[in-house]
Design a protein around this ligand. Structure first.
Ligand code: FEO
Length: 398
């Protein structure tokens, strides 16, 4: 039995196996959890449920702490199936329970399950007395779905934040002080970079709104990963920082290469960056994990992208990263492109067009060489890297 505080229980499920998160095509190297919580007060409140295939696991945990038919309220902070999947089973156990959701949540629940359940719609600032304590609701539309909502438990000072502040991280411990925090922060960053970046302005506003409410926070209990118990506001500050779009002065070079010439160019461009003191990472997208590359792009100021030319275009394995960059709307990035070719040589130009669509400012003419670059051309690649690195450094001094 896992407890947050007296009479407040974690009743979620660990998913140790998932390596590719459902609809999001998101890699989850460390598995995940679907967190649900039970509050026992004069009224018994379930906060969220779990992904449907883990229902049995969830029910077993729930039955350890309550007779399920005694649940009075089911707060659905967000109806995406990874959190509401077990709702139909719960409602069979306690058909008279009241579901609490935002206005958009009501629609989302109805459109997902097509049932005549009793739904109480709440808005920001609404309070639900459950006995000794109250639940206060804060709508968080588009963080990351229209229905998203937070629930705050007075007295115990716990913010149930659903996906916000979560991490795909399965573990035996349920608190941040029981696990390796370096791993947890890496997963929280990856979650932010790959899911929340397009909504950064809303994240900033929501954090400011939460701070203005002056609610004491002992714990932040998200719907994935560990609960922030030790220094819970640190993840909020991290979100504030990530939402600002501030990147470090590093560069990501990502490429694919048909016979190794573009790879050679990538490595020499990296040498050039290093010579002027700019750190970089290189990813061959044919072997790298797409979401890890996107996480590094999120962190870095400079993006240099390379491809061999094939059929007047680029190698297809680059497209998923370039495509997602557009949707994620990274801000304040600068870029350039390069590539080897055999006869037509369009790839650097095609890459530039992709980068521009992703709002990356092209700060340098592209570089391309026919078949295998010779020694002099490799020196040009080094110079290309040096020039790009110097521009990054001078931008940072502005
Ligand atoms: Fe974890 Fe938006 O569901």
């Amino acid at each position: 039995m896992k407890k947050l505080k007296d009479r407040i229980y974690w009743v979620g499920a660990n998913d140790w196996e998932v390596r590719y998160f459902h609809g999001y095509e998101l890699s989850t190297h460390r598995g995940t959890t679907y967190n649900a919580y039970l509050i026992k007060d004069e009224k018994n409140v379930l906060i969220d449920t779990v992904w449907e295939p883990l229902t049995e696991n969830f029910l077993e945990r729930l039955k350890e702490v309550i007779d399920i038919k005694e649940i009075d309220y089911v707060v659905i902070n967000h109806a995406e199936p990874d959190h509401s999947g077990a709702l139909p089973v719960i409602m069979e156990y306690c058909p008279n329970a009241i579901i609490v959701a935002s206005k958009n949540g009501e629609e989302s629940i109805k459109r997902h399950y097509h049932k005549e359940w009793n739904i109480k719609v709440v808005k920001t600032g609404d309070k639900l007395n459950i006995g000794k304590n109250d639940l206060i609701f804060v709508e968080a539309p588009m963080l990351h779905w229209p229905d998203s909502m937070f629930a705050y438990l007075t007295g115990e000072n716990i913010l149930f934040s659903n996906d916000a502040f979560g991490q795909h991280f399965a573990s035996s411990g349920i608190f941040n002080d029981e696990v390796d925090e370096t791993e947890v922060y890496q997963e929280a960053l990856k979650y932010y970079a790959n899911i929340l970046t397009p909504f950064s302005k809303l994240v900033t506003k929501k954090i400011e709104e939460l701070k203005s409410l002056n609610l004491p926070v002992d714990m932040i209990a998200p719907s994935h990963g560990v609960i922030w118990r030790e220094n819970p506001m640190r993840i909020v500050e991290k979100y504030y920082e990530w939402a600002s779009g501030k990147s470090d002065n590093s560069v990501v070079i990502f490429y694919n290469s048909m016979w190794g010439a573009t790879k050679k160019m990538a490595e020499h461009i990296g040498d050039g960056l290093d010579k002027v003191g700019v750190s970089y990472k290189i990813y061959n997208v044919a072997t790298a994990d797409k979401n890890d590359v996107l996480t590094e792009i999120f962190k870095s100021k400079g993006i240099i992208c390379g491809s061999s030319t094939v059929n007047n275009g680029i190698l297809g394995s680059l497209a998923p990263v370039l495509e997602e960059m557009q949707g994620l709307k990274f801000i304040d990035k600068v870029g350039a492109s390069f590539g080897s070719y055999g006869w037509s040589g369009e790839s650097p130009k095609v890459l530039e067009d992709f980068l521009k669509k992703a709002k990356v400012e092209i700060i340098q003419d592209n570089i391309k060489f026919k078949y295998i670059p010779n020694e002099a051309e490799l020196v040009e690649c080094i110079e290309f890297g040096k020039a790009f690195g110097n521009k990054i450094l001078s931008e940072s001094e502005k």
